[in-house]
Design a binder for this molecule. Structure first.
Ligand SMILES: [Zn+2]
Length: 372
């Protein structure tokens, strides 16, 4: 697939006009003097939009922000929805999933992607209200969904389901399938360090170190790309889903204009109103290891709507152990001893995540049972 040109401060033309029109429709204000020109108020609107949707905030419109702009433009009822290849995506799908989950039908995680589970929930709903279960969300089904009041406003079925899926994971690393993504690749290398190390190359070395460590402990690790390939994020996600990975760890390195910026951050899937509890727990465990044991500065864990985290089914985290733009941390990223230490830290966290499911916050007592 051809990657779109990134629009940023100084860009102009029809593509900028289109972005401005979409932002305008969503209620963001842009100075009319910037019509067709990507200026200060356009950048501010893009940053606000990214902030609001829990995207990486860079004030630029690349492929992912563009897709989010398109998806944000769909309100529930705007178009007819059904199981379609490629899957429909958008805020209307997210509303549909949320309504179904609140009504007690299991649409799965509220990721805005109309896949098989959402399709099943639509048909269950239709059967339940006496409609033909054709899976088509047109005027009649939209009307029926809007008329019914949700059973509760608490966390929907998706959160409950996620807890159930967790209980089916391996209890240890032995034999567990772990997907490892090395962010970026030769085509789009990501951040570049002061001495020329690319984020893509550094991420690949980290991925290799983790794969070695996991294999040593009896797990089945799989790196989602080779050193010289750069598959799309969607095809990496599909591969992780297809092999039935139980956990996904993606490596990136952070970048900042200020060379002094330092430390580790870990992300899990989340956006307004919904975040992955399993991803959150795994992220916290990894972050604790990276900061506690390796002494890296704590950039904390954050929910983010990153495409790889969104499109994968298993608990997934995006780990940025250090800043490639910081000369001292770039040197760390080149040091095999540091990479092994990161690998050991992450492997310990994953092991704890898989083995620690007897912990009270994940594996509760079956319904109806009380501590006696
Ligand atoms: Zn990156």
């Amino acid at each position: 697939m051809i990657r779109m040109r990134t629009l940023a401060r100084g860009s102009s033309g029809d593509a900028v006009l289109d972005v401005q029109a979409r932002l305008g429709t969503l209620g963001y204000r842009i100075d009319s003097e910037e019509h067709g020109h990507f200026g200060a108020t356009t950048e501010r609107a893009v940053r606000e939009f990214q902030q609001r949707r829990q995207l990486l905030v860079d004030g630029m419109v690349g492929e992912h922000t563009w897709e989010e702009l398109v998806e944000a433009g769909y309100a529930f009822g705007d178009r007819v929805l059904y199981l379609h290849q490629p899957f429909y995506r958008g805020d209307d799908v997210r509303s549909l999933q949320n309504m179904l989950n609140l009504l007690g039908f299991d649409a799965g995680r509220e990721d805005g992607i109309l896949g098989e589970r959402t399709d099943r929930a639509v048909r269950d709903f239709q059967k339940n209200v006496g409609m033909p279960p054709d899976g088509i969300v047109g005027t009649t089904t939209v009307g029926a969904l809007r008329r019914l009041r949700p059973l509760s406003t608490g966390p929907g079925r998706a959160a409950v389901r996620e807890g159930e899926a967790l209980r089916r994971l391996s209890a240890s690393l032995v034999g567990a399938r772990i997907a490892i993504d090395a962010g970026h690749g030769p085509e789009e290398p990501g951040g570049i360090g002061p001495s020329g190390v690319t984020e893509g190359a550094a991420a690949f070395s980290l991925a290799e170190a983790l794969a070695d460590e996991l294999a040593r402990r009896g797990a089945n690790p799989l790196i989602l790309r080779t050193a010289d390939s750069d598959p799309s994020v969607s095809s990496r996600a599909r591969l992780a889903n297809d092999i039935g990975a139980e956990v996904l760890v993606a490596f990136h390195l952070n970048s900042h204009g200020d060379a002094a910026a330092e430390g580790a951050s870990t992300y899990y899937y989340g956006r307004e109103g919904w975040s992955s509890q399993a991803g959150h727990r795994l992220a916290d465990l990894i972050q604790e290891e990276l900061t506690g044991r390796l002494g890296l500065k704590d950039g904390r864990t954050h929910p983010k709507a990153l495409p790889l985290l969104r499109e994968t089914q298993m608990p997934a985290v995006h780990v940025e152990p250090c800043f490639i733009t910081n000369p001292r941390e770039e040197a760390l990223a080149r040091d095999p001893a540091f990479r092994s230490a990161v690998a050991v830290a992450v492997a310990d966290a994953v092991e704890c995540f898989l083995g620690g499911r007897a912990g009270p916050d994940v594996n509760g007592l079956p319904p109806g049972q009380t501590v006696g």
